[in-house]
Design a binder for this molecule. Sequence first.
Ligand code: OMP
Length: 275
Amino acid sequence: MTRQDLINQIKEKQSFLCIGLDTDIRKIPEHLLKEDDPIFAFNKAIIDATASYCVSYKPNLAFYEAAGIKGMISFEKTIQYLNDNYPMHFIIADAKRGDIGNTSAMYARTFFEEYALDAITVAPYMGEDSVTPFLGYDGKWVILLALTSNKGSHDFQLTEDNTGQRLFEKVILKSQQWGNQENMMYVVGATQGEMFKDIRNVAPNHFLLVPGVGAQGGSLQEVCKYGMTKDCGLLVNSSRGIIYASKGNDFAEAAAKNAKALQAEMAAELNKINI
Ligand SMILES: O=C(O)c1cc(=O)[nH]c(=O)n1[C@@H]1O[C@H](COP(=O)(O)O)[C@@H](O)[C@H]1O
């Protein structure tokens, strides 16, 4: 999907919501456990109930890999379902990959060719040759970890070198020599608040994937105040806050209600920039 296609979807839906499909078999409603594939049945119901409120889905591979081969079959069926029924949604593999060049090339083949996903999250710390294999695909995206939502972001990402430059700034500036606004985004946690100002100093126009609203306590309003660009420039993710809104038979309706509430807040923010 191109950057302009994504912006058009955001305009049309009045939403920049990405729903995280972090599906844990221990958390899904009990009545689904008698289905052949409970994880897929859960995802399908969540997707059908929420698709009109979001522009993106982000299945996190950890949740599928944890269920072994069965989990990977659920992942594959979920992706197939999305690609067949919701082709204009931007689908992100949250896989946090990155390795020596020939191995990264295999990861790229997995997620972009085998599964035909739009984007993959990538850890930057092995450098240029670990990231560029993901950048050779038209319309596909690398989403590079820059300033994450967790407290461990202080351990490396927020540390300064002797010129005062912080590691996340170095990651963002250096990686702009490898990719561009059409094929690279950055992950910035919603919990980072005013730090979005500093992010926009080094990446004024790139799209940012912003997890951490909902369960992790980040503020959508603060993210928008400091991080929104004239094209929106944000995909804001919520996983647990939407998909586990209810553990009862009404889980899909409850997810839709929470997604709709976030979409309404997003529409109000988009209204401020007239898109
Ligand atoms: O790359 C990510 O998506 C990610 C980066 C980050 O800094 N923080 C973060 O929470 N995430 C992911 O975003 C999702 C957040 O889930 P909730 O906290 O349940 O909304 C999880 O899948 C995390 O793995």
